[in-house]
Design a binder for this molecule. Structure first.
Ligand SMILES: [Zn+2]
Length: 216
């Protein structure tokens, strides 16, 4: 997870949020509620989120846009009555991959402070304060380790080290380890390594960790 600066509110939210929220909160039948709720899937909102998160999952940093449309994730779940009024709140929306957002992971969970929450939010928190991005070059593993209770809880709930994700991520990070040996002597290697540290690169948190360990 890397810090993501939230971009400006899409115009459609600016214009429609109040009316949409009123319609949702006033809905009396299931059908009415469904119709009112679905407005958050507006194309302009999705486009703004894809652009803000560079087509990556806000939580696990996997690239989504080339294989999936991605999910509009409500940080505070819209399914919980106390958060329903945040269904169209820009500051409550993130882009997530289908796995981080599925019922077995984030789903409708929102752990409160008494349960070790809230989850680390890449737009509201500094992920580096809560996670260590550990690169083990002997075991060839790239692992997210929580260093605060919120970090630990977030890693566990979202499954940031789920086996398939960690295996894929580790392969990529190990290639970066090898590449990092050549940045001083090869301009192309330097360029590729710098690309891997950019906001739009998959698992940039790990690339940045490697960069921070390299001699200045
Ligand atoms: Zn994800």
């Amino acid at each position: 997870m890397i810090r993501v600066a939230r971009t400006g509110k899409p115009i459609v939210i600016e214009k429609k949020q109040a009316a949409w929220t009123q319609a949702l909160l006033g809905a009396t039948t299931h059908k009415e509620k469904q119709r009112a709720e679905g407005k958050y899937r507006h194309r302009a909102i999705k486009d703004a989120l894809v652009s803000m998160f560079h087509g990556k999952c806000a939580y696990c940093e996997s690239k989504i846009s080339h294989i999936d449309y991605g999910h509009i994730e409500h940080f505070r779940p819209k399914s919980k009555p106390e958060f329903r009024h945040l269904t169209f709140e820009w500051n409550n929306l993130l882009l997530s991959c289908p796995v981080c957002n599925d019922a077995g992971h984030k789903g409708d969970h929102f752990p409160e402070a008494v349960d070790g929450g809230p989850l680390v939010n890449p737009c509201d928190d500094l992920p580096d304060d809560h996670f260590e991005f550990v690169v083990d070059q002997t075991a060839w593993l790239a692992t997210v380790v929580g260093k605060t209770s919120r970090g630990e809880m977030t890693e566990k709930l979202l499954g940031l080290n789920r086996p398939e994700l960690r295996a894929y991520r580790s392969k990529l990070v190990m290639k970066l380890c090898v590449l990092s040996r050549y940045v001083e002597t090869d301009a192309d290697a330097k360029m590729l390594f710098e690309e891997a540290c950019r906001d739009d690169a998959e698992y940039a948190a790990f690339a940045r960790k490697l960069a921070s360990n390299m001699p200045a």
